[in-house]
Design a protein around this ligand. Structure first.
Ligand code: SAM
Length: 432
């Protein structure tokens, strides 16, 4: 694998690749690293490689012509390389991840890396000569050199024989979409913390299973976003979930009082058969074991009771056992407080959902809520009618960000059933 780096600071590349495994691969000729200073192609006495941006604005722009001349030099020296890619390191690029690093290592013999400086590089150079823009994270650093070094290191690990132990890249974090298991070495007891017993048992099968389960657990705990994309061994997943006790920490309440009507009055809405069923099915699908239909109205409570009785123990049980199964965790409660009390979980974080922004509770986005739901018990409240009364929202610990959709005029009037399904999928989707 050959890397050609276009940079105005070529010396930066010396020290990071003088030591370590990549340095060894360079020494042994498996990797070649070359730097090209665009100043050498500059046309004026000051060796300028940048100029002011057209239209004004901060930061100078690296000149397309000079970059092109530098690229020409590289191309004329590497004519015999057929599988090559020109990459511009840019905060606007696709995020570098393990999959991308493997792809780059497997698909190319040569990678040309353009390191921007100042405000960036002329857009027309990107349009004409860059195959791919790659970012190392959603933050801005002062130049493309450090990102280029990260890319070189990550890609080089997949160049055959760069790593001493051929197995290690297969077992480590991200390889199968999961994080690596926790690691332990001497001593057996460090400041009161023991190495897990199974790891010193010598029982290879048990050790492997333990590690596999730890990897699943870790990923759900630390990076639930990755967990939603990974694939799992079903048995190991079950074991990991038992240990994590994941979805037991979530309850959901469908509030029929106090909510607003169209005129902005506080009312009690009617319970609907459709909401009972559809939300119960969504809860069952996403592993929410406690779904409360909340209304103080006696007739409405009686109606919920009749529906549940029909499907849980009545004729419906025989007619459609799957529906019985879906409604197994559905209960009625006379108030939000009664539902929380019935759930019986201490220190619950009460989370309001609303299509409106309501001041008071801490706003929380879906990603943070995913994280919170792993650590703390949460009780999610959904309002019927025109939404939860503000006083209820203000009593909550958090208000979840609204589902914004993408209608150009901001329309977001979802039915509560749709909203529940979307929220559950965003918070727990892909976890099974
Ligand atoms: C100060 S940055 C320019 C940022 C540019 N004005 C913008 O807002 O997109 C200068 C150079 O640093 C590099 N750079 C900065 N952040 C990066 C990141 N997260 N990933 C990859 N390259 C980055 C790029 O090569 C960029 O041209």
């Amino acid at each position: 694998m050959r890397f050609d780096v276009i940079t105005i600071f070529p010396k930066m590349f010396a020290s990071p690749f003088e030591q370590g495994l990549v340095a060894q691969a360079i020494k042994e000729g498996r990797i070649s690293l070359n730097t090209w200073d665009p100043r050498e192609s500059a046309k004026d006495v000051h060796k300028s490689v940048d100029d002011k941006p057209y239209g004004g604005g901060d930061g100078m722009v690296m000149l397309a012509e000079i970059l092109k001349l530098t690229l020409d030099k590289i191309n004329s020296e590497t004519k015999n390389f057929s599988k090559k890619k020109v990459v511009y390191l840019s905060p606007q690029g696709q995020l570098l991840n393990q999959k991308k690093a493997i792809e780059l290592a497997q698909d190319n013999e040569q990678i040309v890396l353009i390191c921007g400086r100042y405000g960036g590089i002329d857009e027309r150079f990107i349009q004409k000569y860059v195959d791919e823009e790659i970012s190392v994270g959603d933050y801005v650093v002062t130049g493309g050199e450090l990102p280029a070094m990260i890319l070189i290191d990550a890609v080089s690990r997949f160049v055959p024989q760069t790593l001493g132990n051929e197995l290690s890249p297969i077992m480590e974090s991200f390889q199968d979409g999961l994080l690596e298991e926790p690691l332990y070495a001497k001593p057996r007891n460090f400041e009161g913390l023991e190495v897990p017993e199974v790891l010193v048992s010598g029982h290879h099968e048990k050790i492997k299973k333990f590690k596999d389960i730890q990897r699943i657990k870790r990923t759900f705990e630390k990076r639930p976003d990755l967990a939603s994309k990974a694939s799992f061994d079903k048995n190991n997943l079950k074991e990991a979930f038992k240990e994590l006790d994941l979805r037991k920490n979530v309850a959901l309440g469908l509030v029929h009082y106090p909510v607003y009507n169209k005129a902005g009055q506080v009312v009690a809405t009617n319970v609907t058969n459709l909401d009972i069923h559809d939300i119960a099915r969504a809860c069952r699908t996403f592993g929410i074991d406690n779904y409360y239909v909340i209304t103080p109205m006696e007739e409405q409570l009686a109606f919920v009771g009749r529906v549940l009785e029909h499907w849980q123990t009545g004729k419906g049980e025989q007619y459609n056992p799957v529906r019985k199964d879906a409604l197994i965790n559905t209960k009625a409660a006379t108030s939000i407080e009664a539902a929380i009390e019935n759930w019986g979980v201490k220190n619950t974080q009460l989370v309001a959902t609303s299509a409106r922004e309501v001041a008071g509770p801490k706003p929380i986005n879906f990603e943070s809520m995913r994280q919170l739901a792993i650590k703390e018990p949460i009780f999610l409240l959904f309002g019927t009618g025109y939404g939860l009364e503000n006083a209820v929202v203000r009593r909550c610990d958090y208000i979840l960000e609204p589902i914004r959709g993408r209608s150009p005029d901001g329309f977001r009037h979802l039915s509560v059933r749709s909203a529940v399904s979307i929220v559950l999928d965003r918070l727990f989707g892909g976890c099974y």
